[in-house]
Every structure is written in C-alpha cells, then in structure tokens.
Write a protein that binds this ligand. Sequence first.
Ligand code: SAH
Length: 392
Amino acid sequence: MKNLYLLKNKEESLRRFHPWVFSGAVQRIEGQPQEGERLRVLTSQGEFIAIGHWQIGSIAVRVLTFEDEPIDRAFWVRRLRSALDVRRTIGLAGNPKNDTYRLVHGEGDSLPGLVIDMYGRTAVMQAHSVGMHVDRMEIAQALKEVMGDDLQNIFYKSETTLPFKAGLGQENGFLLGSTPENVAMENGLRFHIDWLKGQKTGFFVDQRDNRSLVEQYSKGRRVLNMFCYTGGFSVYALRGGAHLVHSVDSSQKAVDLVNENVELNFPGDQRHQAFAEDAFKFLDQMTEPYDLVILDPPAFAKHRDAVRHAIKGYTKLNARAMEKMPAGSILFTFSCSQAISKEQFRMAVFTAATLAHRRVRILHQLYQPADHPVNIYHPEGEYLKGLVLFVE
Ligand code: SAH
C-alpha cells in the first residue's frame, strides 16, 4: 500500500475520527496511485493515522479504518456484519412484514462511499466513490457470506453515482444471481422496485417511518402527495382510511409507478388519482381543498453554493401549499438537502407561514430513520428533515 503524507498539523479532524481527508490537507503521495486505490494516511512526521480509498477531487481520501489492518475479505465481512447487527437490533432485518431496509449507509456504517439497500432477497449496491467501485466484487462476496440464504441476488447500480471523469465505464447489472422478481414489502405494503432505472436504488427507503405517521393522520382526509415518485406516502394514506388521495409528480414514469403500486395493494380503489404535472403549476391551479398535504421535493440544494436559492425554493413551495389549505389541515413538509440545516429549513417554513398568513403549530419534527444512521464524528451524514404542521 502506498503512503499519503498530510501537511503539518492537518491530522486534527482525523484524530477525531472524521472520515475524510480533503485534498488541501495532502502534502504528497508516494508513487503514482490509481484512482480508487487504498492508501495509508500518515502525518507529516510519518505517524500512522488511517487507511482509505483515494480519489481525485476535493475529498482525497475516504477512510475505511483508523487501525493499521489488512483490508481483505475478513475486513468487509466484519463491517457488513456489524451493519446487519444494527438492522437486527432495530427490528428491520428478519421482520416478515418488512423486507425493505438500508443495510449500509456510507459513513454512518463506517463504509464511506457505499450504499446497500435490501429488497427481499435482493441487495441493490451503489458505489459513490471510485474505491468502492474497484472493491465491488470483494464486497459482494463478503455480503453473500454475511447474509447467507437471505441473499440471492446483488444488483450493482452505480451508473449515475460515480464521478464521470474517472472514466470507469461502469454499468448497472447483477453481480450475483438475477431475478425478474421486483416486489418488496414495507410495513406490510407491497411496492414494485425499479432498481434498473429508478432513482436512488429504486425506492426511497428513508421515508418508511414518516409514511407510517402519514397513515396515522389520514383517516377521512383529502390527501395530496406532492413529488410522489413511487407513491409510498399515497399507499400508506389509502391504508390509513383517507377519503381521497391525489399523487403528483412531474415525471410520467413516476405517475405510472404510483398507479402500479396502488393497484398492487388496493386493486380498483377509486379513491386514488395520479397527475403528471409540475408541483408549482398544480398548486397554483388546484381547486380541491386538501386537508393533508405532503411535500417531499428532490434536494433543492445539491451543493453549498446553492443554499440561498434552495431556501427560497422551500419557502415558495410551502407558502403556496399553506395558502390554499383549509383550517385544521396537516402539512408534512420535507427537505432531503444535506447542505440545508434543520434550522435553515425551519426558518424557510417559518417564512412561508408568515407569507401565507396562517397560524401554524409544529406537531412533529422528523428525521431519517434508524437504518440511515449518522456517524457521530460525521455530522454531514444528517440529511433528511421534516416538519408536521397543524395549519389553522
Ligand atoms: N416522496 C417520494 C420521493 C420523492 S423524490 C417517496 O416517498 O418515494 C422527488 C420526486 O420529485 C421525483 O420523483 C421527481 O420526478 C419529482 N419532481 C422533481 N421536480 C418536480 C416538479 N417541479 N414538480 C413535480 N414533481 C417534481
């Protein structure tokens, strides 16, 4: 393994187990490593700090371990087993009513750059770093060893998550098995998972708990699920006894998916309708008085420099929705932008409430679920936040 030397005194954050080495902290690298190669990170004095995947970009190294240990099959098995133990502890793995969960959440599971979602006996594995891409076969073998018969297929889906410049020629495809079966269960509800072409790993696993809360509040309500994608919130609202559920997404593909998923769980249910329409246009033109509204937009700020613009976007969106909601309505509003803090998001929603001239109480403050853990040394891992509001 080649050595990477840090500049003087640049090891501080690593001593506090922060898992990234920024390129500005690098003094020199021995030899000429390939992108994705594992390097040993040393202080300017040559003292061992960590081992991690090297990549060209502002994050130069993503740390795999702070111990001087071999990164071999046994290493991956240990990390994956520890991730599985956590999912068993929180009651997600091995639950007959729920076989959809995140098994590996990057830094949150001390595996920066790696995401693995489980859908029944299929794992969808996604590399967000070149190093995880390079190591994918070894990880896949370790995953099979850890999961045993509970795992039959591994679908690798990194076409859109790897840096284009690395020129890896990556493709989506099965690393283990193959199956046309693509229905998974979340809290007893069934969903088609489009891991081939869908967003993320095919489903937004991170809204499971928040969907359950929507179900609790849906009875007799007229529900609007904005930015519905596969329609997770819509299906829960139907089970919760909603009077009607309208799902909106600008993508026709998403509208087809939500219709399929409603059909899968509640065939022929006339309470549901889906619309392929822009969110702002729909909110401007709607005449239906929805008394439970869900706003779960895509990340408005993908980078730090987009924050101000994003805050305006959240404000405008929430104000539009609040303006038209009848008194006594409930609004579930989310931001999945990692670059926006929960304080900034709350401020955006506060501004929206003043613009809409509504009296608003915060009923719940929501976060990402336990299978998307946050590494305490890496607060950047906190990304999903939501508010449930009572609008008068
Ligand atoms: N709530 C979903 C996830 C939402 S992902 C779930 O629980 O699974 C964001 C969705 O917003 C995507 O499906 C995308 O197609 C849609 N979208 C993006 N811009 C939009 C716009 N301007 N109007 C309506 N939908 C939009």
